[in-house]
Write a protein that binds this ligand. Structure first.
Ligand SMILES: Nc1ncnc2c1ncn2[C@@H]1O[C@H](COP(=O)(O)OP(=O)(O)OP(=O)(O)O)[C@@H](O)[C@H]1O
Length: 631
């Protein structure tokens, strides 16, 4: 109250004209209230005295008073707008100014999410509550004054009966105001905290999922919901107490008057005066009191609380715990290769090492022990001859439909990719290339068949275990707010600076890092181009210890030279690469190419496919001719 009062005084001080006009209309309203009871009282007395003409005249006076109620109320409302609308405009201006000041102070990342609640919900609450309060306050003052004056003019003894229960009920009611305001404030704060948490969680959904901190955010959300529910219950409790007070003040005076009828009659109060007194009570005083108490209890408390939130000291949003980094699990070791070379996760020594080292290039076998893989539709499982290492990727009769009745995107697809092999996947748009990578990544479950990575079924495997088996880089690369170093080391938190530097150099990320101000410089994802984001994501994948790298058009925003550099670096990284190619050069660089063509699929080297696959010939023709046709 102390914080809000000066602003309220200034606001009302500037609108004296409106207040005076409102008072005049309210005076007319109280005159009308006075005349209703006065007319009824005298009409009844006149009828009882046998003077019908005078009785009818007084009834007519009461009727005119009742009918004049509508224009009087209209006049009151017309003046009311002169108070409520400037209040709303002022509050909106203030909320916007404060929010802008906060955004300017905290930088571009510092959004004030509670401002939305202040600008919409809270300003409207303030406006409605203020309107209700002004209406009822002045109605109560003028109506009660008119009614009490009427009671006094009819018989002063009436006030002795009516005033004590009235005052008692009012006092009881006033006692509830302070705790009610506190409960209201708590309910609003809980509502804001919940809204803020929901907005932050929605914005950080990917981070939460990636870091596995969804349950923590859910738990915090649950606490906030429970908090908001408790606050609402407390508020409802006080509302019940207030309703009880209202009952006492609203109905006890009528009962008291009824009980006091013999006493009043004994003091010479006529039946007409008694009826007039009841009319004042039932028609004017008690409805006005009822409305006042309801308005003070709800609108008044709400107005004070909301004004304090908008005009009072700046309140910081409740912080949400940031997702913690989950340690990347130890990678599943890739089985020993045929030539005894065990592919290891990327290490300083391994980074940049010749992938063909020690292998027999002429033999066409994979240097890390892989053998040329085969793909057949629908049957085939040739890799499972005894003694062979598990395939890096193995699809057994995999079928995938996106709906129960939908045509399958992939139908009984068998595929073996050997450890260390570099496979390019090509096919027309919408044929199922991304679907295939998602199936292999384990983020999509097949409708039929089985998908294995490094010999392990991936369907239903926990995210942390999948992260150890493979890394998927989608077309829309994901960069989070943090430093460059944190972004690229995300899948390899133990990487030293030399490793980060080597990876950045290998992928061509150095110029961006230098421009941003080094590995410790903050990254604002929105300020990076698509290509820069892809480079960051590719460097992150390069450093990942996962033995299988899935690139789903992950280089589509890079220029051909940067793409070639990135793909070559990724191919040198120990492990298996499956790349959804969008340029001919990607296919040519791969050991083998998988051509998806409807539910058909054919696999072979670039040269073989030029011979065997009309679709592949078509695609390479387009690549040569089209805007992306850099081989
Ligand atoms: N979540 C989904 N729900 C329903 N249908 C889907 C869903 N995702 C993909 N599809 C459909 O599955 C088919 C294969 O989609 P997919 O994204 O795998 O193709 P793609 O070869 O990667 O295409 P592009 O080269 O255009 O990225 C398309 O017809 C697509 O509309």
């Amino acid at each position: 109250m102390r914080r809000v009062a000066p602003s309220a005084r200034r606001f009302l001080g500037r609108r004296k004209g409106v207040l005076v006009r409102l008072a005049l209309w309210s005076l007319a309203e109280s005159g009308q209230a006075f005349l209703v009871g006065y007319g009824v009282a005298h009409a009844v007395d006149a009828f009882l005295a046998g003077d019908t003409r005078r009785g009818l005249l007084w009834l007519a006076v009461a009727l005119v008073a009742v009918l004049s109620g509508a224009p009087v109320v209209r006049g009151v409302f017309a003046q009311l707008a002169g108070l409520t609308e400037p209040l709303r405009d002022g509050l909106v201006r203030h909320a916007v100014d404060r929010s802008m000041a906060r955004a300017a102070a905290t930088g571009s990342g510092g959004t004030d999410r509670a401002a939305v609640s202040r600008l919409t919900n809270q300003v409207e609450i303030a406006r409605d509550s203020f309107a209700g309060l002004v209406l009822t306050l002045r109605s109560f003052v003028f109506t009660a004054a008119g009614a009490l004056l009427g009671l006094l003019s009819l018989a002063p003894a009436l006030l002795v009966v009516v005033l004590p229960p009235l005052a008692g009920g009012l006092a009881l009611f006033l006692v509830t105001l302070r705790p009610m305001a506190a409960a209201q404030r708590r309910a609003l704060a809980a509502d804001e905290a919940l809204g803020d948490h929901a907005a932050r969680s929605r914005a950080a959904l990917r981070d939460l999922t990636a870091c596995g901190t969804g349950p923590e955010a859910e738990r915090r959300g649950g606490e906030l919901v429970a908090d908001a529910a408790a606050a609402a219950r407390l508020l409802a409790g006080w509302a019940a107490v207030r309703t009880a007070a209202l009952g006492v003040a609203g109905h006890l005076p009528v009962l008291a008057l009824l009980a006091a009828v013999p006493w009043l009659r004994g003091r010479g109060v006529s039946a007409g005066v008694l009826l007039g007194a009841f009319t004042y009570l039932v028609q004017s005083l008690l409805p006005a009191l009822h409305t006042l108490m309801t308005a003070l209890g709800t609108a008044g408390a709400r107005l004070l609380v909301v004004l304090d939130r908008i005009l009072g000291p700046d309140s910081a949003p409740v912080p949400m715990p940031m997702p913690e980094r989950v340690p990347v699990p130890v990678p599943v070791p890739v089985p020993a290769a045929r030539d005894g070379v065990r592919p290891t996760p990327a290490s300083p020594a391994a980074v940049g090492a010749d992938r063909t080292g020690g292998a027999d290039p002429a033999g066409g076998t994979d240097p890390l022990g892989g053998r040329p893989a085969d793909v057949r539709l629908p049957a085939g499982d040739a890799h499972r001859a005894s003694g062979r290492p598990a395939a890096a990727v193995e699809l057994r009769s995999v079928t995938l439909s996106y709906g129960v009745r939908a045509e399958p995107v992939l139908d009984s697809l068998d595929l073996n990719v050997a450890p260390g092999e570099h496979l390019a996947v090509v096919g027309p748009s919408g044929i199922g290339k991304s679907t295939l990578t998602r199936l292999i990544a384990g983020t999509l479950a097949p409708s039929g068949g089985e998908v294995r990575v490094a010999g392990r079924p991936v369907t239903g495997r926990p995210t942390a275990e999948l992260a150890a088996l493979r890394v998927l880089v989608p077309q829309e690369a994901y960069v989070f707010s943090g430093t460059v170093g944190e972004n690229i080391a995300y899948l390899r938190p133990d990487a030293c600076r030399a490793e980060l530097d080597a990876a950045a150099r290998a992928l061509g990320l150095r110029p961006l890092i230098e421009r941003l101000g080094g590995l410790d410089a903050p990254v604002r994802p929105a300020e990076l181009t698509h290509g820069e984001r892809q480079l960051v994501a590719l460097t992150r994948a390069y450093l990942s210890p996962a033995p299988l790298l899935l690139l789903d058009e992950a280089t589509c925003h890079l220029d051909p030279a940067s793409e070639a550099r990135a793909e070559e670096a990724l191919a040198r990284r120990p492990g298996t690469v499956l790349v959804v190619a969008h340029r001919l050069s990607s296919a040519v660089r791969a050991d083998r190419v998988l051509v998806l063509d409807g539910v058909e699929a054919v696999c072979g080297t670039h040269e073989e496919l030029l011979d065997r696959s009309p679709l592949y010939r078509d695609l390479t023709g387009h690549w040569h001719a089209g805007p992306l046709g850099q081989p």
